[in-house]
Design a protein around this ligand. Sequence first.
Ligand code: SF4
Ligand code: SF4
Length: 383
Amino acid sequence: MSNLDEFFEELRPDELDGYGPIAVKELKKEKNVVGTYCIFTPYELISAAEAIPVTLCSTSDATIKEAEQHLPRNLCPLIKSSYGYALTDKCPYFHFADLVVGETTCDGKKKMYEYLGRMTPVHVMQLPQSNNREEDFENWKEEMIILKNALEEKFNVTITDQRLKEEIKKKNLERETLKEFYQLSQLTPPPLYGTEILQVLDISKFTFDKSLANQRTRNIIEEVKKSYNNGERRISEDAPRILITGCPIGQATEKVVELVEESGGVVVCFENCSGVKGNEELVDENIAPIDALTEKYLNTPCSCMSPNDNRIDLLSELIDEYQVDGVIDMVLQACHTYNVETFRIKSFVTDKKNIPYISLETDYSQSDVGQLKTRISAFVEML
Ligand code: SF4
Ligand code: SF4
């Protein structure tokens, strides 16, 4: 076993300081907790209200059966899973949340929030459907102000510009540190497996003291660099380099990443929400904080935007920077926006970037692993 294999093996989240449900339980004694589901949520506003923003559980099939008592079966598994975790009180973060901040990204989600609101206080931000008109900016800015007022009232605090600027700096530093980490995969051969990238992103996300999270990511970067500079090579230079795009990935859908890597490929970049999507663009630290937050979050390259040109621009850059050999577009069943976008993404990747593309539709069950394995190994072999 190589040094880095052992290093990542030992990074078991349950043993990390300040990480996970136990950490939230402790913090809850002094602070309020705000649950979030989506990267359109302006985390900085929540932390500036002296509350802890936490990502709520949503990516496993453990609670889908219960969710289907209220929600249709033919709905995206992410929405059903989120709702099921809340309904069954199996998400520790939801359990401690004083408020959930949602957003009208897609139809299924916005209707689910109506039911969620029967269990816990929910504040829904009305997201514009496009981001290229001046009105979109003004509307989204108004939603930022409405959320700011709601947080101030709920938690009896004042969110000053000064506090917001501090939180913007902190969050930017977290984004930059994570970027420095996952950009290590731009090296040839890459020093990291895709599963390890997801593991580190997850650890950082659920470490609530951000200076601790950043320090931990920095130590990981140093460890990876040290081994690489000492000549350690775990991944073959010939392993096809894969970029994964599409719906949010994690937990149950890590099966896709594992199958790529079992087939001899390596995932070098996640364009998804859990990966690059939320970290690439920083919040401008030199303009009025609410304007800066409005601009950054409105630019999120999600398929709920129409048109969603930002996704094409981001993909184009990432394919070049990570010297990608093939693109896998992972779409969750019944996610209409990402599903419809596959045609545009396929044309762009194959015609403009001249590299192979495959789209895979899946859900949170393991029943399609055999079928996915056949398709993924054939794809990787072809590269
Ligand atoms: S894919 Fe879109 S709606 Fe889903 S979490 Fe990401 S930004 Fe939010
Ligand atoms: S994956 Fe698609 S359908 Fe599911 S919550 Fe995200 S945008 Fe909505």
